[in-house]
Design a protein around this ligand. Structure first.
Ligand SMILES: [Zn+2]
Length: 678
């Protein structure tokens, strides 16, 4: 069992100049990972450059070193362009660490040092003497491609080194800058989802759309390649964070690069757009979602973790690191993470619905705290996080009525809204509730939830109080969640709800011309395909829910489905005679009835899911509908690798055109916010 190195003393004892003369990547094979990721390290090829940053954007340097058997790393230094990294100020020592520990938490204390309150970082699948070496919170300002090198010394004096590269992307100064940035993220929203929303909400006549979605009216845009660091098929964590860090993360990871330790909160970090612009310009951050606020898309704007499921730590970090991110508005579902859980148990379920527990909470190692100025965190399932938000000056709304009351005669300076235990109800059910059929929202226990456009309007009122501007991320989360469930009626209405929020943002940008609005998705979900329209009436489909293929009118027979739209902006019913029919190319098994489900399919994240909800979509309507074999295992449709559309409006919108990578979007946002456009 190795002990933690007393690296500070040893670093001080060995002059960096010794390393400056280090051999040419001697024993590079002893470095199994070098961060930030590069092809130069992985394959020896200098192109393409993988990691790119804006000038001054913070990121961590890290290397996993595997010394010879019986040896340990006793010293190290990182070099950039041949010069030792001394960091931005004198406390370099506090920003570095070597972790070699492989034992349980109580064995990592050595020579009066600890790895911090979080204890040891177990290194997965590596030899016991492997070392994870970190230099936290580095940045570089000069544009261009830079090389970086780790040099580590074994106890016997043998040096180990390896080289990678990264790029600093310059900003052209002197243009008109976008003071406010609004990112509208339709989770899982591919081209088919947008088209379906338009067909339902606007209708077609003789081949022409009778109206346009708000997002259709945006003058610029392009197609986005959505791959993550480790797959052509991304999940929502890197799908979001790639836009707002400029870098690729692995699936499940938010604001970090992968590493070789098991602690989900110690990964090498990369600074978010929110953090970068809060430091540089004093901007505020607003995060608004219809999901649980711990969910991947909202968290991947402010929280750094390699495990998107660590709800307690994620919501704590939203508040604890508000001074880094400028978090000013947080709205969505997810109250279950904010309520105290004195027992630290979720089985049996606490009566208040809390799911806080130490197992998914966070404590940061010292070098992260010192390097990033982050809060250290604590394992505190008993924390009253709503109370802590209120003590920090956030006005709190548990429902729409309370939200509206907060804005009577004033505008709050900071706002927290938590409108459900976990994910909010979808618009299909919220609208039914507002029209008098409240069975679903009542069964969830939250009959008074705001719509996304109403939340967006309130968020922009609060955020626009900051004269330095803001970054807002507004997510239509259940386009994705209902596409996973292959519930066509519910995700199409989610697109309509999302587009109403787009209209709110567009109107704001028309009133505030120094605002950039982008509408996009993180990835496509379900391989949705608009295959035609029903050749059967609603009554005939109800009489024969297993009608299957015989109900599908294709080509000429599809014609133009015509939905009646009520004053609230949503279809009177989706179950019209000649309704749009939707197939799935990335589906699990399902039983298709071509009919709406009265209750949404069970949401396993709800602490108290309604008994009426059907279980998994692969068995929903079993014995009733037409059996369709899926191409993917499991019980849900999956994300696909298909490019997705992106549309832009307002100041800097013209920077976005053509086909680009999701990480490229970050640099367009940076240009708009820092350098500006004509
Ligand atoms: Zn998804």
């Amino acid at each position: 069992m190795q002990t933690l190195l007393s690296h500070r003393r040893r670093l001080a004892a060995l002059a960096a100049s010794v390393f400056a003369l280090a051999v040419q990547d001697a024993d590079a094979a002893h470095v199994s990972r070098l961060t930030p990721p590069s092809e130069l390290f992985a394959t020896g090829e200098a192109d393409p450059v993988i990691a790119r940053f804006l000038p001054g954007q913070l990121f961590d340097l890290q290397a996993t070193v595997q010394p010879d058997a019986g040896q340990a790393v006793v010293n190290f230094a990182f070099y950039v362009d041949g010069s030792p990294v001394t960091n931005r100020n004198a406390d370099t020592m506090a920003r570095t660490s070597i972790v070699t520990e492989t034992g349980p938490a109580d064995t990592c204390i050595a020579e009066g040092e600890t790895t911090g309150a979080s204890g040891c970082k177990l290194i997965g699948g590596l030899p016991a003497n492997a070392a994870v070496i970190s230099q936290r919170a580095f940045s570089k300002s000069s544009p261009g491609v830079h090389t970086f090198k780790i040099v580590a010394a074994q106890g016997n004096g043998v040096l180990i080194s390896a080289t990678g590269n990264f790029e600093i992307v310059g900003v052209d100064r002197g243009g008109h800058v976008a003071k406010n940035i609004i990112i509208l993220l339709g989770d899982g929203m591919g081209a088919a989802h947008r088209t379906a929303g338009r067909i339902l909400a606007k209708g077609y006549a003789q081949g022409k759309a009778k109206g346009r979605l708000a997002m259709d009216t945006f003058p610029y845009g392009g197609m986005v390649m959505t791959a993550s660091l480790n797959s052509i098929v991304t999940d929502s964590a890197p799908g979001m964070q790639n836009y707002v860090t400029g870098n690729k993360a692995n699936n499940n990871q938010e604001g970090v690069f992968p590493d070789d330790t098991l602690d989900p909160f110690d990964n090498p970090r990369v600074e978010y757009l929110s953090e970068y612009l809060h430091t540089l310009q004093g901007k505020s951050l607003g995060v608004v979602t219809t999901a649980d606020v711990f969910d991947a898309t909202p968290a991947a704007n402010a929280v750094h973790t390699s495990a998107r499921g660590n709800g307690t730590g994620i919501v704590d970090q939203f508040l604890d690191d508000r001074s880094l991110t400028g978090l000013t508005v947080l709205m969505g579902g997810g109250r279950k993470w904010f309520l105290p859980n004195a027992s630290n148990s979720v089985s049996p379920q606490p009566a208040n619905g809390s799911q806080r527990r130490t197992a998914n909470d966070y404590v940061l190692p010292d070098d992260v705290v010192n390097g990033w100025g982050a809060a250290p965190g604590a394992l505190d399932p008993e924390r009253d996080l709503i109370g802590d938000f209120q003590a920090a000056g956030y006005s709190y709304a548990p429902d729409k009525t309370a939200l509206d009351r907060l804005f009577q005669g004033r505008t709050p300076s900071k706002l927290l809204g938590l409108f459900a235990y976990s994910n909010m109800n979808v618009s299909y059910d919220k609208i039914n509730g507002r029209r008098g059929d409240s069975a679903v929202v009542d069964a969830f226990g939250f009959p008074d939830q705001p719509m996304l456009d109403e939340m967006a309007d309130r968020a922009l009122q609060v955020l626009s109080k900051n004269p330095h501007g803001f970054v807002a991320m507004i997510e239509g989360a259940s386009i994705d969640k209902q596409a996973h469930l292959m519930d066509s009626d519910r995700w199409v209405l989610e697109v309509i709800e999302f587009d109403r929020a787009v209209a709110v943002a567009k109107a704001f940008a028309e009133d505030h011309p120094d605002t950039l609005v982008i509408v996009t998705a993180d990835h496509e979900c379900s391989g949705a395909a608009l295959i035609g329209a029903s050749s059967l009436t609603a009554a005939d489909r109800e009489a024969d829910p297993a009608s299957g293929k015989s109900a599908v009118g294709t080509y000429d027979a599809a014609g133009f489905p015509k939905y009646a739209i009520e004053d609230d902006g949503y279809p009177e019913t989706t179950n019209i005679d000649h309704r749009l029919l939707i197939g799935y190319g990335a589906n699990a098994d399902r039983y298709e009835t071509w009919l709406p489900s009265t209750f949404p399919t069970k949401d396993t994240q709800q602490p108290f899911p309604p008994a009426e909800s059907p279980v998994d979509p692969n068995v929903r309507n079993e014995g009733v509908g037409y059996a369709i074999s899926g191409q993917v295992p499991g019980d849900q449709a999956v994300h696909t690798a298909t490019d997705i559309p992106l549309s832009t409006f307002g100041r800097g919108a013209n920077l976005f055109h053509g086909v680009f990578d999701n990480a490229d979007v970050f640099f367009m946002l940076g240009q708009a916010a820092v350098g500006g456009t004509d």
